[in-house]
Design a protein around this ligand. Sequence first.
Ligand SMILES: [Zn+2]
Length: 234
Amino acid sequence: MPGEESSDAQYERLKRQLQDSILTEYPNPDRVGCPGGNVLRGLAARYLDDTIETDPNWQHVTHCSPCYREFLDIRAEMKVSKTANRRAIAAGLAALAIAMVGAAWFVSQRRQPTTPERPQITELVYQPRIVNLEGWSSPRSENGKEPSAPIQLGRGPEELTIRLPFASRPGQYDVQLLKEVDQPLVATSGEAQVIDGSTVLKARVDFSKLGPGRYLLGVRRLPADWTFYPSEIK
Ligand SMILES: [Zn+2]
């Protein structure tokens, strides 16, 4: 249908409208009752979950245009430095992996000084795997669809290509594998991108220390809460 808006675009439009109205409707030139920069920083660092709604400081920020402006600026700043941090960590891990490969080669050389065999380099080989959450119907959904079968994962290093549910927004996502909520066994994060109309998240994970059994695959895009998908390692 022409002119029909995707739920993604609709969400972004509503969010922008809400932000614009807070930014204009509560001028507070004398900054009456403003909690100050430290409190704003604290709020910006917090996940925007339900508990924040009852915070009196948050109530103030959403009813004070200058505070809300500062809050949005801090959030934007944090996003940038978070990305920079993550890049530094990734570079550090890559250097560590190279160092470990070098050490393994060195050890194997010393152990067998006379054998002319090629050294065994212990390098992780990631098996590619597509995880399709696009048409996933969770037990929580009330659309009458049968819940989907558990997601099959392999025991070992895997490069997951996760096709996120329809109309998922691109951006930074967290991924966890767990048995109990809040006790991740494997955790990573990555940047989801829209490719050919699907939102796709690539994530490298190592499941080699996990035993066979049922797990939960947790996916979230901040500030949204986790969505858990029943999964299985055979
Ligand atoms: Zn204020």
